[in-house]
Design a binder for this molecule. Structure first.
Ligand SMILES: Cc1cc2nc3c(=O)[nH]c(=O)nc-3n(C[C@H](O)[C@H](O)[C@H](O)COP(=O)(O)O)c2cc1C
Length: 273
């Protein structure tokens, strides 16, 4: 006599096997039958039969490790000084917060958040290591900040200069409506004091990891975003990570081409009542 769990397991197993049997019986190649996501996963897998596909038809040229905007105004940020709650407490208290108060974030808080995200913590063999891990220490991610309400920093779009721990001014102006619209009209993006936009310069990682690098940039964005989330808790701020956005609209807003550098994740942060 089979119990309900066993019946469920058998049904799932048969369900999973039928397409594979049909494919092999009728000679349909498994590649043809795969969805784009399944193909991506299969072709970027390591296995004992081989390494991820070398898809790129062009020669990959190593991009510089640090993206910098020469000649623009750099807003220097104070070194991180905050001593907050224990990490266990921050982990336990973290919750997605999508609505914020009208108070402004301080410049020190913004500095602390950026440092938690991508600050340089030590140097080894000439490589500046950062707060979040990165495959091969290649650091393919960049951070932009859409500033809406931060004391002493005009509203606008900024790029985080990792080496100098400062904000490079890309353009000033109120971009809250634009970032909200590009983010599927999510209220959190329009209300936040700052919206971090994480982008990937994928060739920094691709030069070593080939097409598997596309997996790594998403993993790394998760690490950075979690640092932001926990730092926000420790500062008494609210935040949420957001993967839902119109890619082309966010890319255009930031001023990147969407191929050599593309948006990966948004992370609004704001003050609480
Ligand atoms: C990859 C990813 C994408 C997400 N995208 C969004 C989003 O676009 N908008 C949003 O409000 N929350 C987004 N979230 C937050 C989840 O909704 C949230 O983490 C989940 O409801 C669990 O709640 P908690 O974060 O409070 O634990 C996302 C979370 C992850 C991990």
């Amino acid at each position: 006599m089979m119990n309900i769990q066993t019946i469920g397991f058998v049904a799932c197993f048969v369900g999973a096997m039928v397409p594979a049997v049909v494919i092999s019986l009728f000679g349909v190649s498994s590649q043809d039958a795969m969805s784009i996501g399944e193909r991506f996963h299969a072709q970027t897998s390591h296995s004992r039969r081989g390494s991820p596909a070398e898809e790129s038809r062009r020669q990959i040229v190593r991009p510089p490790t640090f993206k910098e905007y020469p000649g623009v105004r750099l807003i220097e940020l104070a070194p991180p000084a905050h001593r907050g709650v224990r990490v266990e407490e921050a982990i336990a208290r973290r919750r997605s917060v999508r609505s914020y108060s009208t108070k402004s974030m301080t410049r020190a808080e913004l500095s602390q958040l950026l440092y938690a995200a991508q600050g340089v913590t030590s140097e080894r063999s000439g490589i500046q290591l950062r707060t979040a891990p990165s495959a091969g220490a290649l650091y393919p991610l960049e951070i932009y900040a859409v500033v809406n309400h931060v004391e002493g920093i005009p509203k606008g779009l900024y790029h985080y200069n990792v080496r100098r721990h400062g904000l490079e001014t890309i353009r000033e102006g109120d971009l809250s409506r634009q970032i909200r619209a590009a983010g599927l009209d999510q209220q959190s993006l329009g209300e936040a004091d700052v919206v971090f936009v994480l982008t990937a310069i994928v060739d920094r990682a691709r030069i070593k990891y080939r097409e598997r690098a596309y997996r790594y940039v998403y993993m790394e964005a998760g690490h950075i975003s979690q640092n932001i989330a926990l730092q926000a808790v420790s500062l008494g701020l609210g935040s949420v990570c957001a993967g839902a956005f119109y890619d082309d609209e966010v890319n255009t807003l930031i001023g990147i081409d969407g191929f050599s550098e593309f948006s990966v994740y948004l992370h609004p942060v704001g003050t609480l009542e």
